[in-house]
Design a binder for this molecule. Structure first.
Ligand SMILES: [Fe+2]
Ligand SMILES: [Fe+2]
Length: 399
């Protein structure tokens, strides 16, 4: 559907054959070529990628082990050349089984590339080894956490990370506005992969969604190099235990013909493509059979009023008009969003046929962590402030 900057992964199940670093190289041994710890994103086990931020240009590879089996080498090959990158290394994984223990690490080496036949590879450096348990649609239970609108506020991200780690989720969903804008490629690893060096999604996989701020700036077309979702498309779906999750990109918060975009916005086209995708995905047996069905999208589809004239979309009426008939047909029980920086729960009414939950904003007093816990009886959703105060609790019964 979209171009892919990272092409097919080579998957070598054979023993490792990493060439040892050359001893008599003039290349100085770089200290700390790896920046922070690797992030793993997908979150479905059929579409995982490991992303490692770098503090300099390096070659590298990942190693994975499934259920404590032998380590396997994952290389990223593009037209016969292996990864040699400046900002991040990104490794697409083969399909991993559900409910598997997936252990992984990244190894990278600075390279002195003075001439075409004078290439010297410094000793490799390794990340820590992390393990996740892969998602399983057949599991009777799941639990996960949702962040939104962190806007590069590191103390808030750190607080959310601490709470999320305590929650031991199956995955973390980051529901847009990670950034304020995307203007400088040198900032993007910090914005998307390892803010403050924190392992924000190392021990559980990430479900990434864009917000309207993440489509702004000259580097916005490269966000997919620093994140991962299936087919590098920000509209995708997956299932974790009894919960089917639709993730849909709401794009900008103004119409495409707004003068601020200088004719560079094409979200009407994206919405048409998404609507065709939605019509198809809700007919899939794995989706139909899910007891709980949730839509995640950054900009809400409803607010408490219908006022659209704010100079930008407070809620996204064009997306609502495009998707609502299919969302109704699909049995979606709740729309989960952010964007307004005002936490809110808008229950289902005659005018609003699906309930809408909206998370908080980037400041400590309005930031929220939303926890989802699903089992056979209920899907329990709790939205809390960073100090633990409960803002909203929602209980959904299985369909
Ligand atoms: Fe925001
Ligand atoms: Fe937003």
């Amino acid at each position: 559907m979209k171009r892919r900057n990272f092409l097919a992964t080579t998957f070598a199940a054979s023993s490792l054959s990493i060439k040892a670093a050359e001893k008599n190289t003039e290349t100085p041994i770089a200290v700390g070529i790896l920046r922070g710890q690797p992030l793993i994103s997908g979150p479905d086990p059929s579409s995982l990628a490991i992303i490692q931020a770098l503090d300099g240009t390096a070659a590298g590879y990942a190693e994975i082990s499934i259920n404590d089996g032998s380590w396997q080498k994952i290389q990223q090959e593009h037209d016969g050349l292996l990864a040699y990158e400046t900002h991040v290394l990104k490794f697409l994984l083969p399909k991993i089984p559900p409910s598997a223990k997936l252990s992984y690490r990244v190894k990278a080496s600075p390279v002195d590339f003075s001439q075409s036949y004078s290439i010297k590879r410094a000793p490799e450096q390794s990340s820590e080894t992390f393990s996740i348990k892969t998602l399983d649609a057949a599991s009777p239970e799941t639990r996960f956490c949702v962040w939104n609108d962190t806007h590069e506020n590191l103390p808030v991200i750190k607080a959310l990370h601490d709470l999320t780690t305590q929650s031991k989720p199956d995955f973390l969903l980051w529901n847009g506005d990670q950034t304020n804008n995307v203007l400088d490629v040198d900032q993007m690893a910090e914005q998307y992969v390892c803010p403050g060096g924190l392992p924000i999604a190392s021990a559980y996989p990430l479900a990434y969604l864009r917000g309207n701020h993440d489509v702004r700036g000259r580097e916005a077309r490269h966000v997919e190099n620093f994140t991962h979702s299936p087919n590098e498309d920000f509209t995708y779906a997956f299932r974790s235990g009894p919960v089917a999750c639709l993730c849909m990109d709401t794009g900008e918060d103004k119409p495409d013909d707004h003068p601020l975009f200088a004719g560079l916005a094409g979200f009407d086209l994206m919405r048409k493509r998404q609507t065709i995708w939605l019509e198809n995905i809700i007919q899939q047996p794995w989706f139909i059979s899910a007891p709980y069905k949730i839509l995640f999208c950054h900009i809400p589809l409803w607010w408490s009023d219908e006022v659209t004239d704010h100079g930008y979309y407070w809620f996204h009426k064009p997306c609502r008009e495009a998707w609502l008939p299919l969302l109704m047909k699909s049995g979606i029980q709740l729309v989960v969003s952010g964007h307004t920086h005002q936490p809110a729960y808008l229950p289902k009414t005659d005018q609003r046929p699906i309930a809408q939950l909206i998370g908080g904003g980037p400041k400590k007093d309005i930031a929220t962590l939303t926890e989802f816990i699903a089992n056979k009886e209920n899907l329990t959703i709790t939205m809390k402030k960073l100090n633990g105060d409960n803002l909203h609790s929602v209980i959904i019964k299985p369909k």
